[in-house]
Design a binder for this molecule. Sequence first.
Ligand code: HEM
Length: 190
Amino acid sequence: MAYYWYKAFHLIGIVVWFAGLFYLVRLFVYHAEAQQKPEPAQTILKQQYEIMEKRLYNIITTPGMIVTVSMAIGLITTEPEVLKSGWLHIKFLFVGLLLIYHFWCGKIIKQLEKGENTWSGQKFRALNEAPTILLLVIVLLAIFKNNLPLDITTWLIVALVIVMAVTIQLYAKKRRENEAKLNQENLVNN
Ligand code: HEM
């Protein structure tokens, strides 16, 4: 029975962790774009994003990560046999990358606060695709385990996710270009 409890809270932790990771990098996008705004909007927005990022990271994202990992430890201690499975070893690798990404986001919060980060909103938008790919791979591994089929269906799903990610990036780029054009026209007309 304990195994099911650990698994339930493992899944709840994952939902919370990813909600935090996805929203955090969205905030980085707005934070980076705020650097282009005129004063006093720039200072006000930057201060607000700093507060939101810190709270999101400390109150949602990191606790989500801690719950996910501690419940995973619970799963392994209840059922140590699972450690012999090949899929779990591959999963460790991708979860390792996810943890690196998590702590790197924590570093970016500090850099943005000190004004030491020069990344554009576009770059942060692209960065937000990394956890999507990790989520896809880790969930597929956890569900299919050693039987993950590397057939046409899997590759079609991977291709679909990549196409969606690229479309989102291109749409955002186009929208920004239109906004810049509109601002330029307004400036000329005034
Ligand atoms: C320290 C990191 C992690 C470890 C050691 C770990 C380990 C485990 C273990 C032992 C199970 C039970 C498997 C079974 O009952 O057969 C499990 C289930 C699961 N894990 Fe993780 N996990 C970790 C992180 C993650 C992350 C980050 C995700 C998602 C992105 C994830 C997604 C899942 C899913 C969806 C299941 C349910 C699979 C099922 O019931 O068939 N895990 N995990």
